[in-house]
Ligand binder design. Structure first.
Ligand SMILES: Nc1nc2c(ncn2[C@@H]2O[C@H](COP(=O)(O)OP(=O)(O)OP(=O)(O)O)[C@@H](O)[C@H]2O)c(=O)[nH]1
Ligand SMILES: [Mg+2]
Length: 222
């Protein structure tokens, strides 16, 4: 079995214009989703640092492309002969501006939406897209569009995961229904939906799986 340990995580920079994105060869994964959905909280849970990315009760906290560098070790246990194969790697996690926050004026919202789609289409370093959706909400225009574009190859990259957040707010039965509805409405496989929670009675649910997927995307050469 393969596990990933984050050995270091640092904030690199906040970028407000995509023309100013870091010029780097490092691979990156993007966290995309509606404002207040829980993107920054999940990032903190994945790296095991409470306050690395700023979180807030006030929607619209993340208004820039925030770059975090992670360094990680992948340990592959080969049980039969007890060999351990250690791989070290690093990459960027990019916490994108949350879209759809009503109090941000329409012109600003449009600018963010355009920048996000442009980034997802053009960023050569991008290895994977994590689209976040609150488990109590239905997918709206933005989620349907991003999910479709991820699947039809419109974006530079094909790795895609829908993170269903705040599942501590639902019973197991409600969660199963929500997941089934999403599979149908967004035409997703079971493996493309990951329920997660960072607080409450299901604290850290799904976090280990999210860490594993993100690190494996960053470590892959494709
Ligand atoms: N119940 C519950 N609340 C959560 C969970 N994850 C995050 N929250 C709360 O949701 C609020 C928003 O979380 P953030 O992580 O800041 O959300 P965000 O998507 O980064 O928001 P923006 O930066 O505005 O785009 C905070 O009050 C968090 O404490 C969760 O798993 N369960
Ligand atoms: Mg945020």
């Amino acid at each position: 079995m393969q596990t990933y340990n984050i050995t270091n995580a640092t904030f690199i920079t906040s970028v407000f214009e995509i023309a100013k994105l870091p010029q780097t060869q490092l691979s990156e994964v993007a966290l995309v989703g509606r404002s207040n959905v829980g993107k920054s909280s999940l990032l903190n849970a994945i790296v095991g640092r409470n306050k690395l990315a700023k979180t807030s009760n006030t929607p619209g906290k993340t208004q820039s492309f925030n770059y975090f560098k992670i360094e990680f070790k992948s340990v592959l246990d080969q049980l039969e002969n007890c060999n351990q194969n250690l791989v070290k790697a690093e990459g960027h996690i990019v916490d994108l501006p949350g879209y759809g926050y009503a109090k941000v004026n329409a012109q600003m919202q449009k600018k963010w939406a355009e920048q996000i789609v442009h980034y997802l289409r053009e960023r050569q370093q991008l290895k994977g897209i994590c689209l976040f959706l609150d488990c109590r909400r239905q997918p709206e225009r933005e989620e349907i569009l991003i999910s479709q574009m991820c699947q039809d190859g419109s974006f530079h990259n094909s790795n895609f995961l829908l993170l269903l957040t705040k599942i501590d707010k639902l019973s197991n039965r409600e969660l199963a229904n929500a997941k089934n509805n999403l599979k149908k409405s967004l035409l997703l496989e079971d493996s493309q939906i990951l329920p997660v929670s960072t607080v409450g009675n299901k604290k850290f649910y799904g976090v280990e799986s999210a860490r594993k997927l993100l690190c494996s995307w960053l470590a892959s050469s494709r």
